[in-house]
Design a protein around this ligand. Sequence first.
Ligand SMILES: NC(=O)c1ccc[n+]([C@@H]2O[C@H](COP(=O)([O-])OP(=O)(O)OC[C@H]3O[C@@H](n4cnc5c(N)ncnc54)[C@H](O)[C@@H]3O)[C@@H](O)[C@H]2O)c1
Length: 331
Amino acid sequence: MTVLVTGGAGYIGAHTVRALRDSGKKVVVLDTLERGNREAVIDAELIIGDVADQSLVAKICRENGISSVIHFAAYKAVGESMVEPEKYWSNNVAATEKMLDVLTDQRVDKFVFSSSAAVYGTPSSTPVTENDPTNPESVYAETKLAVEKLLGSLSQNTGHRLRSVSLRYFNAAGASKDNKIGEDWSSSQNLVPRVMRALLEKDFKLEIFGDDYPTPDGTCVRDYIHVEDLADAHARALDYLDSGGETLVCNIGTGSGTSVMQLIDLAEKIAGQKVPYRIAGRRAGDPVSVFADVSLAEKKLGWKATRELSAIIESAYNWHRTHPNGYRRKN
Ligand SMILES: NC(=O)c1ccc[n+]([C@@H]2O[C@H](COP(=O)([O-])OP(=O)(O)OC[C@H]3O[C@@H](n4cnc5c(N)ncnc54)[C@H](O)[C@@H]3O)[C@@H](O)[C@H]2O)c1
């Protein structure tokens, strides 16, 4: 029983592959390496290729006895998705459909999907629950919702039924505790790597988009989840499907919100130096406050985040300090 992890050479995929290997599971990774790193795949076979390559996916399933798939492979940059929408529909949706066709033929019946809290858009209230309306505000978010819907249909199939868990991640951040894997800041627009860059790279300018929001310090509030907690959530989702669980859509966050300024304050304490930044105007489409209701994950998957925000910042700082060029270690 081997798990196929697509996009397993990427940021979250690599941490998940490690968590699965640590729990004794056999894992095969399929990744184009377009946005991932060979060095990130620790202790698992890496096959370089595209999830849209149907004969390759069929061969991997046959040769490895694949029974379940965790599907990370996708593009994730919201801004890029607005400039090159066809690229996102093609890679995030059409390529996934092609792979799902093969998985159906190969009788694979368990699937864990990387969805995103972006499907909610600007929530009307917080914490956000899975029953709140979805309102994608970017092509990226549309593609995530489209795959969730496709998976919903496949779980109703009268022929071969694919059961799935779509995990709606909030803001993944941090690096592995042992400093072996982490995020490449050159390929991320997220706040934590940008704060780290401002601390560690002389000429990097951190911009804070808006300080006049109706929050205690005026900056936006988000739910930051440690990437190792996120990795554990995937292992729990697989256990849930293995024990017969039905198709599920589930938030994966911590349940508490942190403002941009709170995060910067903590980073300054941990690094022992000031974070240089400038206040820029609000960014179109940025919700004021987004954090998760996590009760469904606890109830259905028996999963709860266990790592504090300080562990996120400490691990990220440690990683970026020693790996300013991604996987190329600082000499
Ligand atoms: N990072 C976050 O905060 C976040 C939040 C919500 C959802 N997600 C989703 O989680 C998943 C993983 O995110 P990440 O941060 O690890 O991204 P990432 O870019 O680091 O990893 C994605 C990996 O998929 C690979 N890939 C892309 N298209 C492929 C294809 N067609 N075939 C094979 N490999 C392909 C890339 O080379 C890369 O290694 C993505 O689907 C993303 O949309 C991420």
